[in-house]
Design a protein around this ligand. Structure first.
Ligand SMILES: Nc1ccn([C@@H]2O[C@H](COP(=O)(O)OP(=O)(O)OP(=O)(O)O)[C@@H](O)[C@H]2O)c(=O)n1
Ligand SMILES: C[C@](O)(CO)[C@H](O)COP(=O)(O)O
Length: 227
């Protein structure tokens, strides 16, 4: 399976002055933890890291340290996650029929979840890892007044990995560009194009390191795993 790792963000919500993926948790960078999970997932045969060239010296040093046995390519990122994935899709080897996309910032993903998604995407056009929402969610208007309470049975929190048929995902991204759609994940492009996306049960611990609080939680989870 081909794996694209969007890693070209700036980490505004982290409040850091550099790419948050270069911050350390338990003495390893966030991107190193993500790469280690990808390396340990037996189904992953190729890894593309979508990133800003200014970060390449750091990424190359991390790769040299990890000594991965799978081919890894650095691909130039865009100014949004959507643009970064678009670039990643253009850089995939022509043999790639399916692809998994996994945020570099979700560094607690397990090899097991990557493998489950890689196997499942062979049977459907698109899928995402997701977990059932535990909170009661409110829809609120611009004045802070609650409008409704959606039925929680139908609410799932989206994660990555997200898996897709490459040809269809390229078509959906192209449609997104021509229609000016702005989305925060690739499944949303499939949804807008009317193509089915399946849910694969994700992992509660598969959080996206977004804020300083998430860094502390990631540290706690990795310590408990004995990693
Ligand atoms: N132009 C961008 C923006 C984001 N990403 C990647 O998409 C993933 C999810 O994005 P997010 O957590 O929002 O990362 P940042 O954009 O870095 O954070 P922020 O939104 O707080 O600035 C991250 O692995 C990030 O590196 C990317 O490849 N290209
Ligand atoms: C793709 C994603 O990780 C799914 O949870 C997420 O949508 C990334 O963007 P966000 O803006 O941080 O939600």
């Amino acid at each position: 399976m081909y794996l694209l790792i969007p890693a070209a963000g700036s980490g505004k919500r982290m409040g850091s002055n550099r790419n948050k993926l270069l911050l350390e948790v338990r003495s390893q960078t966030i991107i190193a933890w993500t790469l280690k999970a990808a390396a340990a997932a037996s189904t992953i045969q190729w890894i593309g890291i979508i990133s800003q060239p200014t970060d390449w010296p750091d990424f190359k040093a991390i790769l040299a340290d990890l000594q991965l046995t799978k081919p890894v390519e650095l691909i130039i990122g865009g100014s949004t996650r959507q643009e970064s994935v678009y670039n990643g899709l253009q850089a995939l080897p022509t043999a790639a029929e399916q692809v998994l996309i996994h945020d570099g910032a979700r560094c607690l993903v397990t090899p097991n979840l990557l493998n489950s998604c890689a196997q499942a995407i062979r049977q459907c056009p698109g899928l995402i890892a997701a977990v059932p929402v535990k909170d009661t969610i409110k829809v609120v208007d611009e004045n802070g007044i609650i409008q409704s309470t959606p039925d929680r049975q139908q609410l799932w929190a989206a994660q990555t990995p997200q898996g897709f048929n490459v040809k269809l995902l390229k078509q959906c991204h192209a449609e997104g560009v021509s229609q000016g759609w702005e989305v925060t994940d690739d499944a949303a492009l499939f949804e807008r194009c009317g193509i089915e996306v399946r849910i694969v049960e994700g992992e509660e611990t598969n959080l996206k390191v977004t804020t300083p609080q998430d860094l502390a939680i990631a540290e706690f989870i990795l310590t408990n795993r004995g990693s």
